[in-house]
Design a protein around this ligand. Structure first.
Ligand code: ZN
Length: 74
C-alpha cells in the first residue's frame, strides 16, 4: 500500500494550495496558479512543470526563452 512520489508520471490530484512558488530557489508568494508572476511565465513556456521542476534540457529551453523575451523587449 506504499505510495511513492515521483517517477515521471504526469497528473495526480494536488488539492492543497501552495503558499510558496514551487520553482527551485524561489519561495515567493504565488500570484498566478501556484506560481509567482515570473515562474508562471516559465511554466507557460514549458521551462518548469507544475511542480516547479526543471526538465533535463532546461538550459536549452531557458536560452530560447531568453531570446524570445529579448525580442519582445526590443
Ligand atoms: Zn517563483
Amino acid at each position: 500500500m506504499a505510495k511513492e512520489q515521483g517517477g515521471g508520471q504526469q497528473g495526480g490530484n494536488v488539492v492543497a494550495l501552495p503558499t510558496e512558488c514551487p520553482a527551485e530557489g524561489c519561495g515567493k508568494k504565488p500570484k498566478r496558479s501556484a506560481f509567482c508572476e515570473e515562474h508562471f511565465v516559465w511554466f507557460k513556456e514549458g521551462l518548469i512543470n507544475r511542480k516547479g521542476e526543471r526538465p533535463k534540457d532546461f538550459d536549452k529551453k531557458y536560452m530560447a526563452f531568453q531570446m524570445r523575451q529579448k525580442k519582445k523587449a526590443a
